[in-house]
Ligand binder design. Structure first.
Ligand SMILES: Cc1cc2nc3c(=O)[nH]c(=O)nc-3n(C[C@H](O)[C@H](O)[C@H](O)COP(=O)(O)OP(=O)(O)OC[C@H]3O[C@@H](n4cnc5c(N)ncnc54)[C@H](O)[C@@H]3O)c2cc1C
Length: 402
């Protein structure tokens, strides 16, 4: 089969790119995924937090352009600007103030809250002796990632984009000036999920079906690594599990509040009458693990919340899950041409921010493909070249990220 463009992966990133490219007039565009419902995809397993607050200018830009779209579609995509409260403890003043300073002059409406202001706006946060201050972003909030993904897909389909379910890409290469992929079909949900839990098996064979295209975009999230292996001299990205717990608190609802990031870096927010919380554990090993540790809630989440609020002392876990962050050495995403190729592009590895950066990333990549240059957002610093040419120090790791 010969087509114009192929997107590998239909998570929030692949769907956003399909939306933007088709909106800009691109035709004969095909998106491929083993499981379009995506129960293992990071897009279906994340916390739904949205914020402008980043240290690196490119991350702020990607969020800013995404949030501008989210604000126009609020009800349709379940975007609630209920605010984002980031607590800083005594001893963390320098990092917090530096972060706040970086938002100045960008019209981002962040404010510094003193401890007494925190207590008056969030009366249930009543254990504050260790706190120095907080940063509050009134325009930040929470989003329904599934609704956003469906919005991107529905609009893309209206423009003629075809989403192929139950198809797995095995290889991606460039041949005689054309992009080429090999793929196979899977017959059931179970087979698709088996593949996603053990993607290493992909490398053992190429798929029986070959498609050629004018361009291919790799947007397979944490699975991108497997398809990049032939294009890498050493592994640059790692799939790493992050865990989430849903629980209820006795006699307390936090429905009127938004996202809160504690000094323990446990983040939590209201979720359908309950509370959702997560934490990045530092010692997690890379791999395709989607389970939640049996002691995650009791050892990590509950003790931190107990120390912060007497309303959060009596908690009952309801469920939990693991999902994948795709990590790069500097923790920022990869966006651009596959180094050395003319027809292969990549857009993946946005760690814990792919939802809130999805539309900005789609704008940038679409312009690179259609106009051959970045125009709205200069995302040249996100090219994977930055690791190959030794310039990765230009993009510093996001010191404070969750
Ligand atoms: C616990 C957790 C909390 C998070 N919290 C937030 C948050 O608050 N805010 C935020 O913005 N982000 C958050 N994130 C990050 C965000 O979810 C991801 O960055 C984003 O969903 C990545 O989207 P993606 O489309 O790149 O990948 P995915 O959503 O994983 O999609 C990749 C797709 O590629 C497909 N695929 C895989 N292999 C192949 C193949 N061989 N061929 C074809 N298709 C393939 C998969 O089936 C999948 O559908 C969180 C993530 C996790 C895990």
């Amino acid at each position: 089969m010969k087509v114009n463009g192929i997107i590998i992966g239909a998570g929030i990133i692949g769907s956003a790119i399909a939306y933007e490219l088709s909106r800009q007039g691109m035709s004969d565009l095909h998106v491929i995924d083993p499981d379009l419902e995506g129960p293992l995809s990071s897009t279906e397993r994340n916390a739904g937090g949205v914020r402008h607050l980043w240290q690196q200018p490119i991350n702020r830009e990607l969020s800013k352009h995404s949030i501008a779209l989210f604000e126009k579609l609020k009800t349709e995509i379940g975007f609630n600007q209920t605010g984002y409260l980031w607590l800083f403890g005594k001893g963390e003043e320098k990092a917090g103030k530096e972060m706040l300073a970086r938002t100045q002059g960008h019209n981002l409406s962040y404010e510094e809250l003193s401890v007494s202001e925190i207590r008056s706006r969030y009366p249930f946060l009543d254990k504050t002796d260790d706190l120095a201050f907080a940063i509050f972003g009134a325009k930040d909030g929470l989003i329904n990632s599934n609704s956003l993904k469906q919005y991107y897909r529905t609009e893309a389909k209206k423009q003629g984009v075809i989403f192929h379910d139950r198809h797995v890409v095995h290889s991606m290469l460039e041949k005689a000036g054309k992009a080429q992929i090999t793929l196979s079909t899977v017959t059931s949900d179970i087979a698709a999920q088996d593949h996603l839990k053990n993607p290493e098996s992909l490398l053992k064979k190429s798929g029986p079906i070959t498609w050629t295209a004018d361009f291919v975009i790799l947007a397979a999230g944490a699975w991108s690594r497997e398809l990049l292996i032939p294009h890498l001299t050493h592994p640059l990205i790692e799939p790493i599990r992050r865990q989430i717990i849903l629980f209820k608190a006795e006699n307390f609802h936090m429905n009127e509040y938004g996202m809160i990031v504690d000094t323990s870096r446990v983040y939590f927010h209201p979720e359908g009458g309950n509370i959702l919380a997560g934490l990045v554990l530092k010692n997690e090993k890379p791999g395709f693990n989607f389970d939640v540790d049996p002691d995650f809630f009791e050892s990590h989440i509950w003790p931190a919340l107990y120390e912060r609020s007497s309303s959060l002392e009596k908690l009952k876990a309801i469920t939990g899950w693991g999902g994948l962050y795709s990590y790069t050495p500097d923790t920022s995403g990869i966006l651009g041409k596959v180094p050395g190729a003319q027809t292969l592009y990549e857009c993946h590895s946005f760690t814990g921010r792919g939802v809130m950066q999805s539309y900005g990333a789609a704008i940038a990549l679409s312009e690179l493909i259609l106009k051959k240059q970045f125009q709205t957002i200069d995302a040249s610093c996100l090219s994977r070249d930055r690791f190959l040419t030794g310039h990765s120090e230009e993009l510093l790791p996001e010191g404070l990220h969750i």
